[in-house]
Design a protein around this ligand. Structure first.
Ligand SMILES: [Zn+2]
Length: 502
């Protein structure tokens, strides 16, 4: 085995590099690895404020699940459950991404690992291999760690009774929760609750949580993007606060309520307040908020690829959504009209066909109508709202395709194929389909070469040439699109002629 010495040298180098990141408390590594400390039996985020342990006591893990499998308990100080997730592209394969999405949505609470693999169209063995490579843990271990960390979060941050905590975190029974908690954390849940201590800044009327992100984060741009598109009755942006309604369908039950989000920039996290009516689905609500605000992004990697294009706004994020049908609807309504007009149409739809919240919060009173409701409409029904017949027909066709299951809008595995499938619907062209991929599926690598504003940034170039130019921004072309939209002074570099090597 000649290879061995080189391998261990690389491993030592890697150990050193991770240790340096740990010692520097480098925020860009938050969520990318966790460190288990043998002298304490605790594992931490690399940003933990506790004293840096000695290198000989440190073992590094690619996920919280792997650290827990090795017998470490989560730190109560840095709270691994607050770490940002892996950026989409980090996950190597789309299979891992979608598997994680499904696991976070509770798929493994009701299905087996084999069923998860079948859902993705791959073998169980292949799925396990992907998880071993990416996370150092099996899908089941990953799911268990995820549930435990969600439970830990609920214990620390809420007064919910234990049975609610267990249910909300995705455990089938309180006994199962207690057992796993004791085995993994060597604590009983109530001990953790008293050890964590309530943070004291109790929410005014809802449940209060925090989610971490990797700085920099361009909050002014994100909030103004959302404000410009805010749908009245459904969303409200005031100062740094973003408030909206949300509906979650889980376990055959419809939950509705509101969520309020506010950045706490000094600590690189957001404060999320969730209405009590959503207390049983907080895990899913928090997942959607992470997606809407692109909290798992790795800005340093994006900046590295985009170079000068991103230099003026390195914290720019890709706004996602909390509901893929709502986002797709907004994309269709936005065809050939202003951003403001699209929001007005969406607001009229919400007013007419949305569901009223039982406990509204200020001017957030409605839940946006779901696909099932829109599927029942006729194009003429949208005419009084000012929506063109052709566009109304497109919208209704989309809603029907989603309702019949012909066109799934969630957990889309193959993005290219998903975009193609969307364009088979009447009135949905490539721009709209690509925009849906970008916003509703949070796909980081969509480039809108045919977009009106984008074309203006490349005077004299055809969409094909523009597309070719944009190749340099892979795999972050969605971010490139956003930067180009924002930056009217940008000009393509003159190396264009040199690059084609064919
Ligand atoms: Zn810690």
């Amino acid at each position: 085995m000649k290879k061995k010495p080189t391998q261990s040298v690389t491993m030592m180098d890697q150990q050193q590099a991770l240790y340096l990141a740990l010692r520097a408390r480098d925020r860009k590594f938050d969520g990318r690895f966790f460190v288990g400390v043998s002298s304490t039996g605790i594992y931490c985020r690399p940003v933990c404020s506790a004293r840096t342990p000695k290198i000989e006591n440190c073992t590094f893990y690619p996920s919280a699940a792997a650290a827990e499998l090795a017998g470490f308990r989560p730190c109560l100080k840095c709270r691994p459950e607050l770490a940002p997730g892996l950026a989409l592209i980090d996950l190597g394969t789309r299979y891992a991404q979608v598997a994680v999405q499904l696991i976070e949505q509770g798929y493994l609470s009701e299905h087996s690992c084999e069923q998860l693999a079948a859902r993705l169209g791959i073998s169980d063995r292949h799925l396990r291999r992907i998880f071993a490579e990416q996370f150092g843990a099996s899908p089941i271990d990953y799911a268990q760690s995820h549930r435990l960390l969600q439970a830990k979060r609920l214990l620390a941050d809420t007064d919910l009774p234990l049975s609610e905590v267990a249910f909300s975190a995705g455990f089938g029974s309180l006994r199962r929760f207690n057992e796993l908690f004791k085995t993994r954390y060597r604590l009983i849940p109530s001990e953790l609750r008293s050890a964590a201590g309530r943070s004291g800044n109790a929410a005014s009327s809802g449940l209060l949580f925090h989610l971490g992100y990797r700085p920099p984060y361009d909050w002014p741009r994100m909030l103004s993007f959302l404000q410009a598109r805010a749908v009245s009755g459904v969303e409200y942006v005031a100062g740094k606060q973003y408030l909206r309604s949300m509906a979650v369908h889980q376990g055959g039950i419809d939950y509705q309520g509101w969520v309020s989000v506010q950045p706490e920039e000094a600590s690189n996290r957001v404060r999320v307040e969730i209405s009590p009516s959503l207390s049983r689905v907080t895990t899913e609500v928090l997942r959607r908020i992470r997606q809407l605000f692109d909290l798992d992004a790795a800005p340093d990697r994006i900046a590295e690829t985009l170079g000068s294009l991103a230099a003026g706004a390195p914290g720019l994020r890709l706004p996602g959504c909390v509901d893929s049908f709502e986002q797709a609807t907004r994309a269709v309504l936005g065809q050939l009209v202003s951003v403001k007009m699209a929001a007005i149409f969406a607001g009229r739809m919400a007013e007419r066909w949305g569901t009223a919240l039982e406990h509204p919060n200020g001017c957030v009173t409605q839940v946006f109508p779901g696909a099932a409701r829109v599927a029942q409409l006729q194009p003429e029904d949208l005419r009084p709202l000012g929506v063109q017949l052709k566009r109304a027909a497109a919208l209704i066709a989309l809603a029907r395709a989603v309702t019949d299951g012909r066109l799934p809008l969630d957990n889309v595995l193959d993005i290219e194929q998903g975009i193609k499938d969307l364009t088979t619907l009447p009135g949905i062209g490539n721009w709209t389909a690509s925009y849906i991929a970008m916003r509703a599926w949070s796909w980081p690598d969509v480039f809108l070469a045919g977009d009106y504003l984008i074309k203006q940034r490349f005077p004299g170039m055809t969409p094909r040439q523009i597309e070719h130019y944009a190749e340099r921004w892979r795999p972050w072309r969605s971010y490139a699109t956003l930067h180009l939209w924002h930056n009217g002074n940008w000009e393509p570099s003159t190396d264009t002629k040199v690059s084609p090597s064919e």
